[in-house]
Design a protein around this ligand. Structure first.
Ligand code: PEP
Ligand code: MN
Length: 350
């Protein structure tokens, strides 16, 4: 259920409706929009008796949300969600494209700084790097853990880049939340419901990667898990799914971009690195993702990919990253977007 407030409803009236919903034993989720505030109701097993709610001051109407995902749905919030980063001009969602770049794994301070310097110079606003790695083999490099988080925090101080890194489980979630600006939940964890719920209790943006065989609805339900706990800053990331195709590591499903945009207000990033697994496919698919309406890109960049401890074959060189930025900057205006080059720190969020 969804309570739509009148455009002139006062904060007190919105609060009174939330209090009433709590009194009924449900959870209110006030979601302010440009025109009016909508209040999602979760926790109800069956129908909520709308009679009472409709008569409260400031309420325009009470409607049923028929989709399985509620808070992630455009029915609840018509405008696109824009996630901002305090004290910077960076944003995910909205007109400006967000670009996240960096190595698959943080391997050393030197490696991370060398790559960060180059992606910052090319105009990225976000730096990625795995501290805790979900590896198919238990014998493969598992990440530097806390040391990597500390290196990335230094990178934020030095270059201004905001930091995105993966939380692998409930223990690492707390550490990642403490050190990073965005918490990544990886493809393999997209249906780790206890992890999603725990991330929902935090007040840090969460980037959810699409599971290896997840449908659109399953993907949005993962976001819903986070939102149902009160954390509405969720970013979706398409990273390819498993198919019969054998020319690429995964099949990057760009057709999910317009499909997601149609039904959800959440920002959608595309990861052409994991989505293809091949360095030579990253740039063409990055162009296509922007053209198809993605809100930004997440790409793996490495200065010595042949020596990388993970995902070297899909990591592009810093100079290729520069070319990618130049090309998507040109594509952006065709789809009414723009590409900010570099992050400004110490400004009021725009
Ligand atoms: C990653 O971003 O390095 C990663 C492991 O991604 P995914 O969960 O999409 O495989
Ligand atoms: Mn990787």
């Amino acid at each position: 259920m969804l309570v739509v407030m009148k455009s002139q409803a006062t904060p007190e009236q919105i609060q009174a409706v939330c209090d009433h919903i709590e009194l009924l034993g449900f959870r209110p989720h006030p979601l302010p929009g440009a025109q009016r505030t909508a209040i999602g109701i979760t926790g109800n097993k069956g129908e909520v008796d709308r009679g009472n709610l409709e008569s409260l001051p400031g309420v325009a109407e009470v409607i049923r949300v028929s989709k399985a995902y509620k808070l992630a749905s455009r029915d609840v919030k018509a405008e696109d969600t824009v996630i901002r980063f305090a004290g910077t001009d960076a944003a995910i969602g909205g007109r400006d494209l967000a670009v996240v770049a960096g190595p698959c794994s943080i391997e050393s301070r030197e490696q991370a700084f060398a790559i960060a310097e180059q992606v910052a110079a090319a105009g990225a606003q976000f730096f990625r790097g795995g501290a805790y790695k979900p590896r198919t083999s238990p014998y493969a490099f598992q990440g530097l853990g806390l040391d990597a988080l500390k290196i990335m925090a230094e990178i934020r101080d030095r270059f201004g880049l905001r930091i995105i890194t993966e939380a692998l489980d409930n223990e690492t979630l707390e550490l990642v939340a403490e050190w990073a600006d965005v918490i990544q939940i990886g493809a393999r964890n997209m249906q780790n419901f206890s992890l999603l719920k725990k991330a929902g209790k935090l007040r840090k943006p969460v980037l959810v990667k699409r599971g290896l065989s997840a449908t659109l609805e399953e993907f949005l339900m993962a976001a819903e898990y986070v939102m149902s706990e009160g954390n509405y800053e969720v970013i979706l990331c398409e990273r390819g799914v498993r198919t019969f195709s054998d020319h690429a590591r995964n099949t990057l499903d760009l057709s999910i971009i317009p499909a997601l945009k149609r039904v959800s207000h959440l920002p959608v990033l595309v990861d052409p690195s994991h989505g293809t697994g091949r360095r030579d496919s990253v740039l063409p698919m990055a162009r296509a993702a922007v053209a198809a309406g993605a809100d930004g890109l997440l790409v793996e960049v490495h200065d010595h990919p042949e020596a990388a401890l993970s995902d070297g074959p899909q990591s592009i060189y810093p100079e290729q990253f520069r070319s990618m930025m130049n090309e998507i900057e040109q594509i952006a205006p065709i789809v009414e977007r723009s590409l900010p080059r570099g992050i400004h720190v110490g400004v009021a969020a725009g």
